[in-house]
Design a protein around this ligand. Structure first.
Ligand SMILES: *[C@@H]1O[C@H](CO)[C@@H](O)[C@H](O)[C@H]1NC(C)=O
Ligand SMILES: *[C@@H]1O[C@H](CO)[C@@H](O)[C@H](O)[C@H]1NC(C)=O
Ligand SMILES: *[C@@H]1O[C@H](CO)[C@@H](O)[C@H](O)[C@H]1NC(C)=O
Length: 476
């Protein structure tokens, strides 16, 4: 009798621990998962497979800061290769920042008094220029074009600005949209997110959180073309047919990138977890990229021309049961395959809300702007790309190789049938609330059952209170 009963208790313990352990692993955010160093398929001379062909090391010594940053909403390079960020200083986008009509509620507090645009030396990480005080309320997008013009978007102002610093750092060359007035016509934006500029000076505005459209302009700011429709579940006012969300529907067009040699503009369709690419000439749909690995939220995308064309992508925290790690991905444009990943494998610098990224044209360096923790990250490529013989020894020493052990080979293929709503997005926030709640539930269940097993375990085997229901359950 006794051995049998102890066996049963042992079994209960094991079962409970198993449930708890597996559940909590699944529910934990990525930064707490074990970070074993993955050598990918690199065997010392060549890659036997394309998977994880690119690996990046985290450069924790960059930047060198003399101040606390606010939420960093964007990052880009200027024409000489310096890194420029756009940050919110003391302003925070909270639930009370806007009313239900998308009007900014804190106008009376005035613009951000600190410098919102900071330029860093790419190598040393030192701040070399700063400007943008008393202009912005809620910074979002930053794009520096081939003529060193700064294109900035402010979601509180509902405006898009073009600054030429040779002219002025306080007076924009161009201001589109109406100050603090949301709208959906050729004079108004609603929380515009991002700008991309063609070599001929035409530019595109992603507009934005509420309108779900892209607008193309001539260099002097005349609208030429507009396309796209808002399909964000929280703000759309029509029913989508079941199945994958059709092309040219956006649930927050959140970031833009040009693919000049293919004549494409690619859009991070944030809440639909995909990148959609369009012909820059006429706005017609060309192709889209998604992956179950990336998941249901995709915050930004940047094109790099090396190795046949690569898309660097960052996803975001997700609100589904099977949470995907928040990290960066490298996707081959030709095949749609994920060929690399990057993330700070470091508890102090883990990605939580990466918002925008910038990649050097040779793919050697990646910078990621993060809302919270409020910082900008730097990564340097250690393997992969055209020059594969970068120092793997250095990477091994540091132990900060990126990449993880999840099986993605089959799932990471470009697969149109998996686009869209297959991953249900619950809401726009920052933490997997579902995971936390379910972890708490399982934890309390564990505590209750353990207490029961330990406290009510009688010395006498005959009259156990919990034996009857347990046995009945077993027999049923
Ligand atoms: C690495 O893989 C390549 C291609 O599969 C092979 O030719 C080469 O011999 C391998 N090198 C080592 C060191 O195993
Ligand atoms: C749009 O432009 C592309 C490239 O110029 C062209 O291939 C495509 O047929 C055009 N689509 C329409 C509908 O005009
Ligand atoms: C590859 O290495 C060569 C020679 O070291 C260098 O000139 C070239 O810029 C490198 N290319 C990339 C993409 O790193």
């Amino acid at each position: 009798m006794l051995p049998k009963r102890s066996l049963k208790y042992t079994g209960q313990y094991l079962l409970l621990f198993w449930i708890y352990f597996t559940h909590s692993i699944e529910a934990r955010p990525d930064r707490e998962t074990p970070e074993p160093v993955k050598r990918a398929s690199y065997n010392g001379s060549s890659f036997s497979s394309r998977l994880e062909a690119y690996e990046y090391a985290y450069v924790s010594s960059w930047p060198v800061l003399d101040r606390k940053l606010g939420s960093v909403s964007a990052v880009d390079f200027d024409c000489t290769g310096n890194v420029v960020i756009f940050h919110r200083a003391l302003h925070v986008w909270s639930l009370s920042s806007f009313d239900t009509e998308n009007r900014f509620q804190n106008v009376k507090d005035g613009p951000i008094a600190h410098h919102t645009v900071l330029k860093f030396n790419r190598d040393t990480g030192q701040i070399i220029q700063e400007w943008g005080e008393n202009l912005f309320y809620m910074p979002h997008g930053l794009t520096i074009d081939h003529e060193d013009n700064y294109w900035l978007t402010d979601v509180a102002l509902h405006q898009v600005f073009k600054f030429d610093l040779k002219h002025s750092a306080t007076e924009p060359m161009l201001a589109l949209g109406q100050r603090f007035e949301p709208g959906n016509d050729m004079d108004h934006f609603c929380k515009p997110t991002s700008v991309a500029v063609l070599k001929n000076g035409d530019f595109f505005v992603a507009d934005g959180y509420c309108n779900g459209r892209i607008v193309k302009y001539s260099p002097d700011g005349q609208p030429l073309l507009t396309w796209g429709r808002n399909s964000f579940i929280l703000t759309r006012n029509f029913n989508l047919p079941p199945g994958p969300v059709p092309e040219s529907f956006f649930a927050i067009p959140h970031a833009l990138t040009m693919v000049p040699n293919r004549g494409l503009l690619c859009v991070a369709d944030r809440e639909q977890g995909r990148v959609q690419c369009f012909h820059t000439a006429n706005g017609t749909f060309h192709s889209q990229y998604a992956s179950p690995d990336i998941g249901s939220r995709l915050f930004s995308v940047k094109y790099v021309p090396t190795d046949g064309g690569l898309l660097y992508i960052i996803n975001g925290p997700q609100f589904v049961i099977n949470v995907k790690p928040v990290q960066g991905f490298i996707v081959e444009m030709n095949t749609g395959s994920v060929v690399g990943r990057f993330q700070p494998n470091n508890l102090h610098h883990a990605f939580e809300n990466p918002h925008e990224l910038a990649v050097t044209n040779d793919g050697l360096e990646v910078y990621v702007a993060e809302l919270k923790p409020q910082m900008v990250h730097k990564f340097r490529r250690i393997t992969g790309g055209s020059n594969m013989t970068l120092s793997t020894d250095a990477a091994r020493e540091g132990g900060f190789l990126t990449g993880d052990h999840s099986a993605y080979s089959e799932r990471s293929k470009y697969d149109q049938s998996k686009f869209g709503m297959s991953n249900s997005v619950l809401t726009a926030g920052s933490i997997g609330i579902f995971s936390i709640v379910s972890t708490l539930l399982v934890t309390s269940l564990l505590v209750i059952l353990m207490a029961r097993v330990i406290c009510f375990r009688p010395a006498n085997s005959g009259s156990r209170m919990d034996e009857v229901p347990l046995r009945n359950m077993g027999d049923a």
